[in-house]
Design a protein around this ligand. Structure first.
Ligand code: NAD
Length: 277
């Protein structure tokens, strides 16, 4: 079900499914979305310092815990250190700032948002410190190619628990997925719906019709069956509920293959190697 978890390599349990809040406005918009999600069974929320909505996420969490009789430990909250804060001391400070804004005393997962050249190793050292000091339950990276991971691992004491990357049927990340699986680094999908661009795809529409499900649900189900954690964004209550209803059907191997066949190595976001920092 919606609260099913994957056990990360350090033993921490992370929900397979969560709500992403990129481009969700600070204030009422983000508060409503996060509260609707938690009320409807979501337990994982993905934000970042650069989304500038951590205060609203924090407010929503506080209210949702009270209103739904939940404990903090039942939620899984992720944030990320932004590029301009990378480096050892500045990352430690950025973590405190995020905690303060979120009004929390720990995060479940803290990620390096992008692999900023010549900085990400120092940033990783800060995440290791936070982890060893018990300030955060799990640490990971985002937008890391294989070569970034190989480089990081040369000096890392702790292996990242997560790599959160752009992942959807047109960017199936075959090699990266195999590499991460081999190392026990859990892959997590950002823009799982390709920001809406795949919802009109004919092949997906045909498959969706067969199961009497929406295209969004078929894509998100494909994530789960490929063992990729997924965090679709919506601010619309009905879609928040719809997107999560993917635990009551299963795509056949044949349909999984058809969807795998849609890969075009096509990104909706920047390539981590040519991102202008
Ligand atoms: P997404 O692929 O989740 O797509 C969201 C878009 O699809 C929204 O415009 C929404 O209106 C629409 N949508 C959602 N459900 C729908 C449905 N059932 N039917 C029709 N339309 C629907 O895009 P995203 O927000 O870019 O990615 C999800 C999350 O991933 C983000 O919110 C963020 O938390 C994370 N993310 C991380 C990074 C990173 O660099 N680490 C980058 C981008 C996004």
């Amino acid at each position: 079900n919606l609260q099913d978890t994957v056990t990360l390599h350090n033993g921490v349990k992370m929900p397979w499914f969560g709500l992403g809040v990129y481009k969700v406005k600070e204030g009422e918009e983000v508060v409503q979305a996060v509260k609707a999600a938690i009320k409807n069974g979501y337990r994982s929320i993905d934000t970042a310092a650069v989304y500038k909505n951590e205060e609203g996420v924090g407010k929503a969490i506080k209210e949702a815990l009270e209103e739904n009789g939940l404990k903090r430990e039942e939620l899984f909250i992720t944030s990320k250190v932004w590029n301009s804060d990378q480096g050892y001391e500045s990352t430690l400070e950025a973590y405190e700032t995020s905690l303060k804004k979120l009004n929390l005393d720990y995060l479940d997962l803290y990620l390096i948002h992008w692999a900023v050249k010549d900085k990400y190793k120092e940033t990783w050292r800060a995440l290791e410190t936070l982890y060893k000091d018990g300030r955060v339950k799990a640490i990971g990276v985002s937008n890391f190619h294989i070569h970034h991971l190989e480089d990081l691992l040369k000096d890392a004491e702790i292996k990242p628990m997560i790599n959160q990357v752009e992942y959807h049927p047109q960017l199936a990340q075959r090699d990266l997925r195999a590499f991460c699986r081999e190392l026990g680094i859990q892959l997590e999908a950002w823009s799982p719906l390709a920001q809406g661009q795949l919802l009109g795809n004919e092949t997906l529409k045909e498959i969706a019709a067969k199961y009497d499900k929406s295209v969004a649900k078929v894509i998100l189900r494909w994530d789960l069956q490929n063992e990729v954690v997924t965090i679709p964004k919506s601010i619309n209550k009905n879609r928040i509920i719809e997107n999560a209803a993917i635990f009551d059907f299963e795509l056949t191997q044949d349909d999984m293959e058809k969807i795998n066949g849609l890969n075009e190595d096509r990104r909706v976001g920047p390539d981590p190697d040519n991102f202008n920092f």
